[in-house]
Design a protein around this ligand. Structure first.
Ligand code: PMP
Length: 451
């Protein structure tokens, strides 16, 4: 109920906002965004920005899709709410649609955020083993640099020390292993002669921990917010084999990679590896409404059906998970992704962007460029020989320059020196060539402005 005048005068000081808290914004104060259309957002002063990060890598179909607003509105009028302990049409239809797209025989469990979808997967994994083996397999393995969410379990899987430090002790039983980070191989190897040690070392961890204690391994197909770490092609199939050998569940966190971003509808399809569970969020509604899903293979669901054991069902209730408006909107969102062939579009335009970014390879700060589909990362270094990371203030200045020039570029979210030097580009999948050229041009200027 603020009128226009007071809204214009209002700044973001009343919000619990990290930039306000730390007064990090001497150069570029936080913007108040008022509207958006396509790949562009407009701030309260009418300035337009090309959104090179799709909000928070979620607005896959772009902004301002009135058909999505219509789908939600129509559903709210028809049936505004009912809990999923009963059911309703849009949730049923969406579950069926997701299974069809995933080519999964299984079940879909809805919640509201990526963090919750991962929490759900962890609880399911632990209970699955308890039901099937009567075992105490409880350990969950994730990789350093990965982000899996902000709730206590998802944060326990998030292997970024500074995000966790103030909340320790976290949930027991979460272990972390090295990611497939070829640019700075944690094993000092070079791809081609490394025998994919980043994967085989996970088998060692399993053996030394005792395979009978390990419930699941969770991976993003490509580590996104942790610095766009693209695995070598052998890596994910090797993880699948290790999991099969030791009866461990493989969970793919596809919160970012789902719904077209990596050039296929789902990230695991890029490598043809079938997980036991998949978690989905963000792109499931293109960020228009909160929704997430934990999708399991059928054998996992069946472990919860022991009629002789009244405690066998999954004791996990979620008030808003799979609500009618979010699921109706998601169905329409998926229809757009399919009819506009956005995964193919992401592959095509991602390849174009990658090729254009190659023109930056000679720049003294550009250490490594990594990409899969429309998820691209540029690792910045102060020295190409030593690979010393570019200091945070310089990386910040590059991001700020782009913002001032009307292009929003992301960055891996860490304050730890050496862990915040990757620029991230993950635009809406409807990006045009002209938009891609603008991103590259502004990046070029920004990099040169810091020499
Ligand atoms: N997993 C990944 C890979 C993510 O990037 C995120 C969010 N950035 C999450 C999980 C958590 O999602 P949410 O913020 O919706 O809880």
């Amino acid at each position: 109920f603020q009128d226009e005048v007071s809204l214009t005068q209002m700044d973001v000081e009343s919000l619990w906002h990290p930039m306000v808290q730390h007064k990090k914004y001497e150069r570029t104060p936080p913007k108040r965004m008022d509207k958006a259309n396509g790949c562009y957002v407009t701030d309260s002063e009418g300035k337009e920005y090309l959104d090179g990060v799709s909000g928070l890598w979620c607005v896959n179909v772009g902004y301002g899709r009135t058909e999505l607003a219509d789908a939600a509105r129509e559903q709210l009028v028809e049936l505004s709410y009912f809990p999923l302990v009963m059911s309703h049409s849009p949730a049923i239809k969406l579950a069926a649609k997701l299974l069809e797209l995933l080519q999964f025989e299984g079940k879909v469990h809805f919640s509201n955020s990526g963090s919750e979808a991962n929490e759900t997967a962890f609880k399911m994994a632990r209970q699955y083993h308890a039901q099937t083996e009567g075992s105490r397999r409880y350990k969950i393995i994730s990789r350093y640099r990965a982000y899996h969410g902000n709730t206590m379990g998802a944060l326990s899987a998030t292997a970024q020390a500074e995000r966790r430090a103030k909340y320790e002790p976290l949930v027991p039983g979460f272990l972390h292993v090295h990611p497939p980070y070829c640019y700075r191989c944690p094993f000092g190897k070079t791809y081609g002669s490394c025998n994919i040690e980043c994967a085989s070392s996970i088998e060692n961890t399993v053996i030394h921990e005792g395979a009978e204690t390990v419930a699941a391994i969770i991976v993003e197909p490509v580590i996104s917010g942790g610095g766009v770490i693209v695995p070598p092609d052998e890596y994910l199939p090797m993880l699948r084999e290790i999991c099969d050998r030791y009866g461990i569940l493989l969970i793919f966190d596809e919160v970012v990679s789902g719904f077209g971003r990596l050039g296929k509808m789902f990230g695991h399809q890029v490598w043809g590896v079938k997980p036991d569970m998949i978690t989905l969020a963000k792109g499931i509604t293109s960020g228009y409404l909160p929704l997430s899903a934990t999708v399991t293979q059928q054998h996992i669901f069946e472990a919860f059906l022991d009629e002789s054991d009244p405690t066998s069902h999954f004791r996990h209730i979620n008030t808003y998970g799979g609500n009618p408006a979010s699921t109706a909107l998601s169905l329409k969102n998926i229809e757009i992704i399919e009819t506009e062939q956005l995964p193919e579009q992401a592959a095509k335009m991602g390849a174009y962007l990658r090729a254009e970014l190659a023109t930056l390879e000679d720049h003294p700060y550009v250490g490594d460029i990594r990409s899969k589909g429309m998820l691209l990362g540029i690792e910045l270094v102060a020295d190409k020989e030593t690979k010393e990371p570019l200091p945070g203030n310089k990386v910040g200045a590059i991001v700020s320059y782009c913002l001032e020039q009307g292009v929003i570029i992301g960055r891996n979210g860490s304050t730890v020196p050496g862990l915040s030097n990757v620029l991230i580009i993950a635009p809406p999948l409807i990006l045009t060539k002209a938009d891609a050229d603008l991103i590259v041009a502004k990046l070029k200027e920004a990099l040169n402005s810091q020499i």
